[in-house]
Design a protein around this ligand. Structure first.
Ligand SMILES: [Zn+2]
Length: 459
């Protein structure tokens, strides 16, 4: 009896003791791991700052130029001269460009202008990209507007850091205005049709770039014609490359097609090759739809990435969708393009990239604007979403996902800084030494066989 009573008292005590013992073992294991990691890191840091070869460095191959260990060794950064003919109009946002949330975290200061010689002035490279805590879109807090945006667009190729095409061939995607002679040549080639070579060899060349585009966008025609039931739809194409998607929809379902191309040469091709109405050019800054009536389908190429006022643009589209109408968004680069590939984030985000995101963040931005995704996927690494009108409302980005993305952005920014040429690293003098230490720890940097610090191939 007494024994049994003792068991009743002791049993829970024993269990409690065993639980405590297990907890203690776990904690000791964790402590062990931490001590182990700290030791490895201390060895590496010692190697880093003594200039000798570290235990790991001997096995890591390196690339790029030698990186200085101390900030004082960085030369003053090259600063672009100001061009007098660009206006200083910029806006600094205090809330997310897509969902309006005032809560965000800055992830990177710079766009591609930092790395090119074509920046129109010293402030052109500064966008202060910030990650919205609600929808998750990364948006340029500082953005060019008005005449300044117009000038950047007029200098499209320079702004992209891409030289305008040279030689006699016409750049069908370029911003350049056409001479009457060039326009006549395009009309003549367009008259022979996109599949001109099917007429047999010997004829003058048609427009091979237009055929290439037609084949390239056929995936979108496949998606749209499989998922939508359309009957003589009114279709609006925003920034079509040449208008092949709208034309295909018209061929399959009848109806009318309208377009807002970006440049004059595309406007001419959209009209001449596909017979699509293209009365006006697209305005990324003050987006409007200069056609009457509502649309059953709006097909938007690369629009959310570039819109100066994405929320207003999406609202304008939503307002003009017919009941049961759809918005199709394609060619929107996924942030994985620089977070996962090892590419420089500074170089990837050209000055027209005012928003960047992953597919869930794009979907949330659409929710904020009153759209529900009915189909979304990636095609050729880009985000694709087919959406219909819904009540606005965002399921916010979770805290874990936010922390994960912020960490990946921080790592991508470190990598982009380290990939800069010597002449530009001075921009980051104030944070250079801690940056070097954490990049070394993360394996982005390694010591070469002479003990000099370089980018590691693995990183
Ligand atoms: Zn947002």
């Amino acid at each position: 009896m007494l024994e049994r009573a003792g068991q009743i008292v002791l049993h829970p005590l024993e269990r409690r003791q065993e639980a405590l013992r297990q907890q203690l073992v776990k904690r000791l294991d964790r402590l062990d791991e931490r001590v182990e990691r700290a030791l490895v890191q201390a060895q590496q840091n010692a190697a880093l700052f003594s200039g000798s070869r570290g235990p790991r460095a001997a096995r890591t191959s390196t690339r790029g130029s030698v990186l200085p260990r101390v900030a004082s060794a960085l030369p003053d950064p090259a600063v672009p001269a100001a061009s007098p003919d660009i206006s200083g109009e910029t806006t600094t946002l205090t809330a997310c460009a897509c969902c309006g949330s005032p809560e965000f975290t800055q992830v990177s200061e710079f766009n591609r202008f930092l790395t090119t010689a074509q920046a129109p002035d010293a402030c052109a490279s500064r966008y202060d990209y910030s990650l919205c805590h609600r929808c998750g879109v990364v948006f340029a807090r500082i953005r060019p507007v008005g005449a300044r945006f117009r000038t950047l667009l007029d200098r499209f190729e320079d702004t992209l850091g891409r030289p305008a095409k040279q030689g006699t061939g016409l750049d069908l995607l370029g911003s350049r205005r056409l001479t009457p002679d060039e326009a006549a040549r395009i009309r003549e080639a367009a008259g022979r049709g996109v599949f001109a070579s099917a007429n047999g060899p010997g004829g003058p060349p048609g427009l091979p770039a237009v055929l290439r585009d037609r084949l390239a966008v056929s995936a979108h025609v496949e998606i749209l014609s499989s998922l939508l039931t359309l009957s003589a739809p009114r279709v609006l194409e925003l920034r079509p490359r040449f208008g092949a998607i709208g034309a295909a929809i018209r061929r399959l379902f009848g109806g009318e097609t309208y377009a807002l191309p970006l440049f004059e040469v595309q406007q001419l091709i959209v009209r001449e090759v596909y017979g699509t109405r293209a009365d006006a050019l697209l305005d990324y800054d003050q987006f409007t739809i200069p056609y009457e009536g509502s649309f059953d389908l709006v097909v938007a190429n690369h629009m959310v990435t570039h819109a100066v006022q994405p929320a207003a643009m999406l609202a304008a589209i939503r307002e003009r969708l017919a009941p049961g109408g759809h918005l199709y968004i394609y060619n929107e680069p996924d942030e994985a393009d620089f977070l996962e590939t090892g590419k420089s984030m500074f170089k990837t985000l050209n000055p027209f990239h005012l928003q960047t995101f992953d597919l869930p963040s794009l979907t949330r931005a659409l929710q904020a604007a009153g759209f529900r995704a009915v189909f979304s996927t990636h095609h050729a690494g880009n985000c694709v979403v087919l959406a219909e009108v819904a009540e606005p409302g965002v399921e916010p980005l979770g805290a874990k996902a936010r922390a994960r993305r912020l960490a990946r952005y921080a790592a991508a920014r470190d990598r982009a800084i380290l990939m800069l040429p010597d002449t530009l690293r001075g921009h980051f003098r104030d944070e250079w030494e801690p940056l070097i230490a954490r990049a070394f720890e993360a394996g982005l940097l390694a010591l070469d066989d002479k003990g000099a610090l370089r980018l590691s191939r693995r990183g």
